[in-house]
Design a protein around this ligand. Structure first.
Ligand code: ZN
Ligand code: ZN
Ligand code: ZN
Length: 279
C-alpha cells in the first residue's frame, strides 16, 4: 500500500466532533460515533450545482451555514440559497429577499413575504420574535411595489400614490404611514404641511388642499394643482416651497407647443396656490 500524505483537516464534524478531510467523493468525517461505529457525516464535491470547495466547506463547518450562492434546482433552474447543517446532514435553505431600508419600529431588515413585507424579527423563524411590524402588499385594492415600500422605509419624502379604491368604489390617493399601535403600514391623506399656514396639507384627486380651507374663523385658501404644465409636483417640492417660498431647483415644464422650459415653482403672492415663478 502506498503511503499517503496526511490530509488537511477542514473542520470539526457537526455530528461527532471528529476531523473532516477531503475524500474521493467529497469531504468525510474520520471520527467514530459513541456506539463505536464509523461516523457517516459527509459533504459531496457537488451539491445543487455548486462546487463544494474548501472555503465554503470550512464556512459551513464553522458557522453551521454558508453565504447565499447560486444553486440549480431539480428542474435545472437557477435560484439563490445557502447550505446549512440540519440534524447532522447538509441541507439547503432558499435565500430570503431583503428590501433596502429598515423596519421603522425596531431597525430590523425587511423581508418580502407571501402577503407583502414584514420585519425579519417578526417572521423569520430563525430569529426570536421581538417585533410584529408588517405591511400588506395590497392596500385598498392597489399593489404597493417594492420600490414604493423602499422609498417609504428610507424616510425620504414619498411620492403620492394614486389608484386606491374604497369598499364602495371610490378612487383615492394617499401616502404610506406607520401605525405604531397596530405595528403595520396604513394610508394617510395628510401628505405634509400647508406652505401658507403650516396646517395639515391633504391630498385630493387633483389638488393639495389645506385642512383649514373651510375653517370658519381663520380660513386658509391654499389649494394647489397636483400637476402644473406637465410637471407632477412632489411632496419634496411642497416642503421646499413651505420653507423658502420656492423650489430649490427649477423644474422641467412644457408649453402647449411641446417646447420644454425650466422655472422655479413657488407660492403665489396671495398664498393661495403654487405658481410658476418668473425670473
Ligand atoms: Zn463525525
Ligand atoms: Zn421590526
Ligand atoms: Zn393652510
Amino acid at each position: 500500500m502506498e503511503l499517503k500524505k496526511e490530509k488537511p483537516i477542514l473542520g470539526k464534524c457537526p455530528v461527532c466532533g471528529g476531523d473532516i478531510v477531503e475524500s474521493s467523493f467529497g469531504f468525510c468525517c474520520k471520527g467514530t460515533l459513541k456506539n463505536g461505529k464509523k461516523c457517516g457525516f459527509s459533504i459531496r464535491h457537488e451539491l445543487r450545482g455548486v462546487k463544494m470547495e474548501e472555503p465554503i466547506v470550512k464556512q459551513l463547518l464553522e458557522c453551521g451555514s454558508t453565504d447565499d450562492v447560486e444553486m440549480t434546482n431539480k428542474y435545472g433552474k437557477p435560484y439563490r440559497g445557502h447550505f446549512i447543517i440540519d440534524e447532522g446532514k447538509v441541507g439547503v435553505e432558499q435565500a430570503r429577499h431583503y428590501l433596502k431600508g429598515r423596519c421603522p419600529l425596531c431597525g430590523g431588515r425587511m423581508l418580502k413575504t407571501a402577503k407583502g413585507y414584514e420585519c425579519e424579527n417578526s417572521c423569520d423563524p430563525r430569529r426570536p420574535k421581538t417585533c410584529s411590524f408588517k405591511a400588506n402588499g395590497i392596500l385598498c385594492n392597489r399593489m404597493i411595489t417594492e420600490s414604493e415600500m423602499e422609498l417609504y422605509l428610507s424616510g425620504k419624502p414619498q411620492n403620492v400614490l394614486d389608484g386606491f379604491v374604497t369598499r364602495d368604489g371610490k378612487v383615492f390617493s394617499s401616502i404610506l404611514e406607520t401605525n405604531a399601535e397596530l405595528q403595520c403600514v396604513s394610508l394617510t391623506a395628510v401628505v405634509g404641511k400647508c406652505p401658507s399656514c403650516g396646517g395639515e396639507l391633504r391630498i385630493k384627486d387633483r389638488t393639495f388642499k389645506c385642512e383649514n380651507y373651510k375653517d370658519e374663523k381663520e380660513p386658509c385658501k391654499f389649494q394647489a394643482w397636483r400637476h402644473i404644465s406637465g410637471h407632477e409636483i412632489t411632496l419634496q417640492e411642497i416642503e421646499e416651497i413651505r420653507l423658502s417660498g420656492m423650489t430649490k431647483e427649477p423644474v422641467e415644464l412644457y408649453r402647449d407647443d411641446g417646447s420644454i422650459y425650466f422655472k422655479h415653482l413657488g407660492l403665489s403672492e396671495d398664498k393661495t396656490h403654487i405658481t410658476i415663478l418668473t425670473d
